[in-house]
Design a protein around this ligand. Sequence first.
Ligand code: SF4
Length: 322
Amino acid sequence: MNQPLLKIENLEKHFPSAKGSRPTVKAVTGVNFELNEGQTFSLVGESGSGKSTTAMMILRLLDPTGGAIWFNGENIAGFRGKQLKSYRKAIQAVFQDPFSSLSPRMRVGDAVGEPLVVNGFGSKSDVKDRVREALEQVGLSAEAMDRYPHEFSGGQRQRIALARALALKPKIIVLDEPVSALDVSIRAQIMNLMKDLQEKTGVAYLLIAHGLDTVRYMSHWVGVMYLGELVEVAPSEELFTRPLHPYTQALLSAALPSHPRGNRQEIVLNGELPSPLDIPSGCPFHTRCFRQRVDACYQQKPLLREIAVQHVVSCHLAEYGR
Ligand code: SF4
């Protein structure tokens, strides 16, 4: 089997708490997954589940406290100098708010061209040609180059942010809530554009999104995070049609049914998400679980195990469904 483009192995990020070295905030613990060329792996879960911290480590904006991130078979922790620079070129990001990556004072042409200039792409005219090409890839004309971001609609600004991310022809783009700030009518256009770009360029996406419709539409694989750990990972359709972890079932039940006459009963979880400073013992989900819990739920931490082909779940009772 081919080597994955990105392999996340036992990834961990524990922060010392504000009051000293103990207890620690366990933001991410023991996360494993792979991302392949031309595919989308999505991370879902409530705010504070560790999705963004995982993405920050992959972007090398945060250093892990354990585990490894392998890019084309090499551990990125060892990247320095030229190797680090080429990794930073290969992995780009698009965020919810395009203004976070687009300076309001910079013309679109300069904003899209900035990563090229920083990376010594070539002459001024090479940069201009590549900017024009990137804008065309996202459906904007070269005229956009001389205008400012505020002159564009939200959807067009997100196209510009995508063009900026694409300019360096990356292997991976981290998409952090890329459509959640957009009008519903525009979301489908941007999702279609991202899928189309993936088909044409082979770029891989790591998608972080709350909107499960977006996740289902975009993803090949989905990982569900709870309190910093993956509790279920499966191919997208398998996960959406046969969720096995009670937490995943609750998340999906809260989303709109896929058919207007769909009859999905919402599962309301007990209580709030526990603090990552004080993760419950046994199964971390036992304080909110709606299943008939057994002694093992309180005493023994369930490990991720394969329940169906390529479908892993960390629940002692996963085989019994709901
Ligand atoms: Fe619920 Fe027990 Fe499964 Fe945890 S192990 S999710 S508490 S049934």
